[in-house]
Structure formats: C-alpha cells, structure tokens
Design a protein around this ligand. Structure first.
Ligand SMILES: Cc1ncc(COP(=O)(O)O)c(C=O)c1O
Length: 483
C-alpha cells in the first residue's frame, strides 16, 4: 500500500514528498516548547510528513468534510512567534499565519495573558441580551482607528463572512435599496449572502444554485493584467477623472443593468486578497468613493484580510486616503480568536433592537485578545510590518533579475504577492509551478500558500524579523531554481 503522504500528493496531482533519509529520526526527539521558543529558523527532523502527522491526516480524511483545501500535509502541534511545530517535532517558518490571522505571532505572551485573565472573569454572556464593558471598550478603540473623522458604531460578529453579512444588511436597511456592485477576483466569504459577492473561484459557487443577492460584478483594478488593456498612463488613473475600471460603474453599469438609484453599495477590498494580492491605484478607490457619493450609495471596504496592521497601516484604506461608510474587519483583529467587526457611520446604524445580532458575536475572551492585539500593533508591529514588507519586496524584486518566472512582485507591508508566469512577455500564468512552489517550500521548512491562480501569497505574522526574511528569500531563490 502506498504511504499516506504519497497518496495525499497523488490525490492532488502534486509531486511526492522528499524523504530526508539522512535526517530521518524517530519522533521521540520532538521539540519542547522551550526549543520552539528559541527557534528562529526551520528544523526538519523527519521525513515529511512525519508518522504522527500522517496518522492525523488519515483520521482527518475519515471524519472531516472534504471541502477544505489542503495543498500540502502540514499538521500543527504548537506555535510561537513566526515558528510552528508539527507533531513529529519538525519546526517550520510560517509565512501564512493561519491566512493573515495570527497577526501578533502564534500565542504571543501578552495576548495569552489577556485571554487567561478574561477566562478567569467570565467566558460568555450574550451581548444581544446583556451589557459588558469589553464591548464598548473595543468599539471605542476601533472607531478611533477606522478611517473617517465622523462618529461610528460597531456590530461584532465571529468571522469575516459575518462582518460582510452585517455590512450588507446595514447597507440594505439604511438605503432601502438592494442592488450591490462587487468585483471579479474578490473573496468575501462563503455564507450565502457573502458568497453572492465572492467572485474568486467557480468551485466556491458550484452546486449552490443562483446567487442569493442581486450583485453585479465588474473587473478589479489589476494594473499588471489590465482587463481593458490600458496602462496607468492611458486609463485615466493619473488624471482627476480616475481610472476606466472604476468609471465603468457610471459609464456602463448605471446605463445598462443597474439603475443607480437602486444600488445600495459598492463593496471593495482595498487590496484584493484571495484574488491574488492585487494592489489597486489609489485613484481607483477614490473614484469609487466619488461615484457612490454622486448617487447616494454606500461604500463598504472589506478589510477582513488587509486590515489590522498587515499593510503597514492599521487599515489598507489609509494608503489611498480612502474613507468607506462601512468597514468589515476580522482575521487579524484578535490574533486567532474568532471575532469580527462591522464598523459603520453612526448615522447609518439606526436599525431597531433585534434587527441584527448573534449569540457569540463580541465574545469577551476574543475581545480581550483584540485589545491586547491592538496594543501590540500600535506599539511596534505595524511599524515592523512596513519595514519587513519593504525589505522582503526589495529582495523579491532582486530575485526577479535571476528568475524570469517571477512576473510581478506587489504588496503593501506584509501583504505581498509574487505572481509566477511561464513567460514575462505573454504573462502566461504558471499555475502548476505555483502549486509546486508551495510544496517545495514546505519541504524546506517554509509554509506559504497561494492566492489567485498563480500567485504566491506572503501573509506572515507581523513579528517576522530580518533573519527570517533572509531565509525566506534564500529559500525562494532555491525553489525557483528547481521548479
Ligand atoms: C477579504 C476577505 N473577506 C472575507 C473573508 C471571509 O472571512 P471568513 O473566512 O472569516 O468568513 C475573507 C477570508 O479569507 C477575506 O479574505
């Protein structure tokens, strides 16, 4: 019978794992937490995946919904900072952070302490029925941090999708309109309302019938692959009228399919995440803002992935001087505990008691983690994200000189995409190569994931340091040489 690892890769049509025979040892040399704490770079002790990991993967396959996307067989045992350890004692450098969630690093002591203190006080009381001080404390802070000098109010949920659902419901409720504009390539979650907005991969929608909401999609501002074959010099991005890709909302959509006075909101990711870590020109976001203002509709910024310090600012919208009416935040907000926030103009939140709430949304333990997270972000982690992001992108642009497969390097702070192509001229996407890139990195102790069809996504914990960036660049160089 074929080994589980071989079966795992065969099922996904990926190359088999390297067996590090020379370093293969029994699992009794598993790292201690102390060892993990001091580890700055990967330590590989067994063949990958090791025997304990294989056992867990096998059980997972037996009992867990197959709808999860696992590209290679990493199993998590514990983590500290930017390092994670599998059950076999192998230590990896994590450039994914649970998809941009563990912003302060794995189990940051200050966050853990805040959680423990809250656990001793109380774990849950339903915010839909009673009051507790943690909620206004976090809301006050978020309101101050979110773009826009106006008064705001917050509704708490548990996930990114819930923050989007809350944003949409609020937009419908306050405008009394029901049509929405979204963008191809965008990802907003998988609940039925959010899924109507999501236009990232057909398989995310397949089998789920027609979209629940009346959403029209248009192309996002992707200057590397301009959907209209224009350039920033020719599309209007550098003029006051703004880029063509935003202007089509008025020039085309409102004239053909969407009466402007029926459109409730335009929903946009200030940096497109799952679609390929695409950074639009600032004028794209600003033009969307002006169009919405002209027609009395709202702008919802989905900062679920780009927010909470990841881009070197608290929110990515700030890079463009972009001020949404409603902002959805989640992922990095509580360093890994489930929490999301819909932060909106106070005057929009005029819905009545019972209009929107959930049992767990705004859980006090998650809020304690969020308050500790924001302390750390403001203290030094946002600055580190800006600095390390710049350093990594510089290094990756240097690698472009040696590796023609790198078509584009783009990003803000530690939200970085490296798009792989088969040919720089034709920009033919290197889709299989991207998947192999992920696996080759894993074999070398580096956890990276993709986004879009052919982009490598870097969304490490914001604690990553220069030595770890150097290791990343060295590994990328090595992997690109063997692809
Ligand atoms: C931009 C964006 N919005 C919404 C979501 C959905 O978040 P969740 O998976 O927590 O529901 C995601 C998740 O990746 C996202 O990246």
């Amino acid at each position: 019978m074929r080994s589980l690892a071989i079966q795992f890769f065969a099922r996904r049509k990926l190359p088999g794992p390297v067996i590090f025979e020379s370093v293969k040892k029994e699992c009794d040399n598993m790292s201690t937490t102390a060892e993990l704490k001091s580890a700055k770079l990967p330590i590989l002790k067994t063949a990958l995946p090791g025997p304990k990991s294989r056992e867990i993967i096998e059980r997972d396959r037996q009992y867990i919904s197959p709808s999860y996307t696992r590209n290679y067989p990493f199993v998590m045992q514990r983590g500290r900072g930017a390092m994670v350890e599998d059950p076999d004692g192998n230590v990896f450098l994590d450039l994914n952070a649970g998809v941009a969630v563990c912003s302060t690093g794995h189990s940051h002591p200050q966050v853990v302490e805040a959680i423990k203190q809250q656990l001793d006080e109380f774990i849950h009381i339903c915010a839909a029925d009673f009051y507790y001080p943690q909620m206004p404390a976090l809301a006050e802070r978020l309101n101050r941090l979110a773009p826009g000098g106006f008064e705001k109010k917050v509704h708490f949920g548990n996930s990114g999708a819930e923050a989007i659902e809350g944003s949409l419901k609020l937009a419908f409720h306050s405008t009394r309109r029901q049509k929405v504009i979204g963008f191809y390539g965008s990802f907003h979650g998988r609940t039925l309302g959010a899924l109507s907005l999501t236009a990232s991969k057909a398989r995310q929608r397949g089998g789920f019938g027609r979209q629940a909401l009346d959403v029209s999609h248009i192309p996002y501002a992707n200057c590397y692959r301009c959907p209209y074959n224009l350039t920033p010099e020719t599309c209007g991005a550098m003029e006051s009228k703004g880029p063509h890709c935003a202007r089509v909302i008025e020039d085309l959509l409102f004239k053909t399919t969407i009466p402007a006075d029926e459109c409730a909101a335009i929903v946009v990711e200030p940096v497109q995440g799952e679609g390929g870590y695409v950074v639009p020109p600032a004028s794209f976001l600003q033009t969307i803002r002006s169009i919405a203002d002209r027609h009395g509709m709202l702008v919802i910024a989905d900062e679920v992935q780009s927010g909470m310090g990841r881009t070197g600012r608290m929110f990515a919208s700030e890079h463009a001087g972009f001020v949404p009416d409603i902002l959805a935040s989640a992922k990095g907000i509580a360093s890994g505990l489930p929490l999301s926030a819909t932060i909106a103009r106070a005057d929009l939140m005029d819905w009545k008691p019972g209009a929107h709430a959930s049992t767990f949304g705004g859980n006090p333990v998650a809020i304690a983690a969020a308050l500790a997270t924001i302390d750390l972000l403001e203290d030094h982690l946002i600055a580190n994200a800006a600095k390390m992001g710049e350093y990594l992108m510089e290094g990756m642009r240097e690698l472009m000189k040696k590796h023609p497969m790198i078509g584009d390097v783009r990003g803000q702070g530690l939200m970085i995409g490296m798009e792989l192509v088969r040919d720089r001229q034709t920009k033919e996407p290197a889709i299989e190569e991207r998947d192999r890139f992920e696996v080759e990195c894993y074999r070398r102790g580096l956890l990276v994931l993709g986004c879009g069809p052919n982009t490598i996504r870097l969304s490490p914990p914001l604690v990553i340091d220069r030595e770890q960036c150097d290791f990343t660049l060295k590994t990328f160089d090595e992997v690109l040489s063997v692809l």
